[in-house]
Design a protein around this ligand. Structure first.
Ligand code: MG
Ligand code: MG
Length: 631
């Protein structure tokens, strides 16, 4: 893949970034597509075998050790500590030769006895360079953002420059540069051949002690708020062509799903490097061409796995929501329910993906079909970013709808207006025209409830696959715990997703999560242009709105100025209200069904940017009350 004169993207991940035994880690790292690992000594020490056994284990997985970090607090020490530091280095050099790796990483010292001085540190590294050269090894020096004297890559570079040794290079770490708000463009004046290693990490924008922030909250590029792409642009502009490695200390990842975290990391490197190439086309990045982020128009269809009496209940519920059965699948036990542009498939197959989903947790959403501008390009992009195609079975009846395995083993389809896909509903379900129903026009947004660690996976998946941006994370209060919520949205709002991260099994979201499947869609918000007319039509069909308490409406009257009679009209129909600086938002909720799912009907002023978050605690309390009442 590497072409002459261009930069080869070599990917790596620190073994401390993911959870599991060494073999689990190596397997996940290799499966995700990385070239190498960055070895922290603790992972070697915990290994029950010789260095050559370890080396073989790594090679068996087709990986290499791209860097080894066994040494701290090396430079600037007075004697006799200085001599001891060199002895330690020699000992680790022995180990590196046995492990078959040639690059040692050393971070700037935090030793209480260390002395300052650029020249003193440079002299230490010159001597270390001589010793490394004798063995054919190299050493990289990295500024920790909390280093005692050196906490800025510019000072680390000055030390490396003055050390003036071919075996001494500079290690750059996006976290250390960006967490201290150092302009990454200062990297552009460093010669690329003196940079021997680059570590990439993002982090959420927290205002906290930088050491604690680094050790617990780093995350994959694109999952946090640091300018990782700007950092990599500057690095690549120097002509750097070494490994790009993830060094991610994160409490959730250490306890998270090994394979998912490894895959997220790979996706984040490739997406970042593709962004570098897009942002600065003169920089050569050696990656095969990848289609740009996919333009998403919205959700084309939602598929429920359901069976037997639960399927009849679903049909009943969809009927009260104004949906009509638009067609029956030619060969599968599946029906299509339609209203406006909303398509819901009820899949009653007892085998295959839907069968598995139902068996695992009863009626559940087992597939999301995204309406995109170009389904083929979408597929190419997600595959290039590390996803696996899902082809063990067809989409809703058709061989032609491209599908992928998304995060948390979800199945996702891409559908566009191309010749093969536009007529799929007619071809598979015999559908010609959409029912008008109760005035529901399209899906406003869908909500996924996932665990806290999977929330980052989904944010990264959406923002790296689609042209979508993420909102800041907010906290939603359930009477029994805290739920974290984040929105990802396409420009213009065609595709809007609210993601909830839940841990406590006692929250409504957490209870749902413990019994959910795949993307774990918990609610679908259906749009109408006139919520009062729609509400009346639904109630006529037997729809039971979620009852809201009188206190809620008293509070609304106190908070907003309403025209006479409006609050009463909302109260009579169970309609909720929110507004921001620019527009209003009306919501109507169903009661929960199928172990905690629900529908929401919304009327959105196009200028309103939110999702009614202010109402969430009252909605959750009302849903819990309704569940208890139902028994
Ligand atoms: Mg580092
Ligand atoms: Mg909602």
């Amino acid at each position: 893949m590497a072409s002459k004169g261009s930069h080869r993207v070599k990917t790596s991940i620190a073994t401390v970034s993911i959870s599991g035994t060494l073999d689990e880690k190596l397997e996940a790292i290799a499966a995700a597509g990385y070239d190498g690992i960055e070895l922290f000594e603790q992972d070697f020490i915990a290994f029950d075998g010789s260095p050559s056994d370890f080396r073989r284990r790594v090679q068996d997985h087709g990986l290499e050790i791209s860097m080894f970090q066994p040494l701290r607090d090396f430079e600037g020490l007075p004697e006799p500590l200085r001599a001891k530091a060199f002895d330690r280095a020699e000992h680790k050099f022995d180990l590196m030769q046995a492990l078959g790796t040639d690059l040692m990483g050393i971070c700037s010292s935090v030793h209480p006895a260390a002395l300052g001085g650029i020249d003193r540190a440079a002299a230490d590294f010159h001597e270390l360079g001589e010793r490394a050269a004798a063995r054919g090894l190299r050493v990289g020096y990295e500024a920790l953002s909390w280093g005692r004297y050196v906490n800025d890559h510019r000072d680390a570079w000055e030390i490396v420059r003055r050390a003036d040794h071919e075996c001494i290079g500079l290690i750059l770490d996006s976290f250390h540069t960006l967490s201290r708000k150092i302009d990454p463009n200062t990297i552009r004046s460093i010669p690329g051949d003196k940079i021997c290693y680059v570590q990439l990490a993002d982090a959420p924008a927290f205002d906290m002690d930088v050491l604690y922030w680094s050790r617990h909250f780093r995350n994959m590029p694109g999952e946090g708020d640091l300018a990782c792409t700007d950092f990599m642009r500057a690095v690549m502009a120097t002509g750097y062509d070494g490994p790009i490695s993830l060094e991610i200390f994160n409490d959730q990842f250490r306890g998270g799903c090994t394979g998912q975290v490894a895959l997220d990391g790979y996706r984040s490197i490739i997406a970042t490097m593709d962004d570098v190439r897009q942002a600065e086309p003169t920089i050569q990045v050696d990656l095969p061409p990848i289609p740009p982020r996919v333009k998403a128009a919205g959700v084309a269809y939602i598929e429920f796995a359901t069976q037997d009496e639960e399927a009849r209940e679903m049909e009943g519920l969809l009927g009260t929501l104004g949906f009509e059965k638009a067609g029956t699948h030619a060969s599968k036990a599946a029906t299509l329910w339609q209203q406006g542009e909303v398509r819901i498939i009820l899949n009653e197959e007892t085998t295959g993906h839907a069968g598995t989903a139902f068996e695992k947790c009863g009626t559940t959403i087992c597939d999301i079909g995204f309406a995109v501008a170009d389904a083929k390009a979408a597929m190419e992009r997600v595959i290039a970013l590390g996803s696996k195609p899902f082809d063990s079975e067809k989409g809703p009846g058709s061989a032609d709808i491209p599908a992928v395995l998304g995060p948390t083993n979800s199945v996702l389809h891409f559908i566009d207006d191309s010749a093969g896909l536009a007529r799929i509903w007619e071809k598979e379900f015999g559908v010609k025209t959409a029912a008008k129903g109760a005035g529901i026009t399209h899906i406003d947004h869908h909500n996924q409830t996932v665990s806290h660690d999977n929330m980052l996976s989904w944010v990264l998946f959406y923002t790296s696959t689609f042209d979508m941006v993420k909102s800041p994370m907010i906290d939603v209060f359930d009477p029994d715990g805290l739920v974290r919520s984040q929105v990802v949205e396409s420009p213009g709002g065609g595709l809007k997703v609210t993601l909830n991260g839940a841990d406590s099994n006692r929250t409504l979201a957490g209870r749902f999560l413990s019994r959910s499947f795949g993307a774990s869609v918990q609610h679908l918000a259906l749009a109408t242009d006139d919520i009062f007319t729609t509400a009346e039509a639904l109630i006529k069909r037997g729809f039971e709105p979620l009852p809201m308490p009188e206190n809620y409406y008293d509070d609304l009257s106190a908070r907003f100025d309403f025209p006479t009679g409006l609050v009463k009209r909302m109260q009579e129909r169970g309609i909720l209200y929110d507004r921001d600086m620019d527009g209003a938002f009306f919501q109507l909720y169903s009661r929960t069904f199928a172990r905690g799912m629900f529908f929401e009907i919304v009327q959105r002023d196009p200028r309103y940017a939110g999702f009614g978050a202010a109402n969430a605690p009252f909605r959750i309390a009302a849903q819990k009350r309704a569940q208890i009442a139902k028994g």
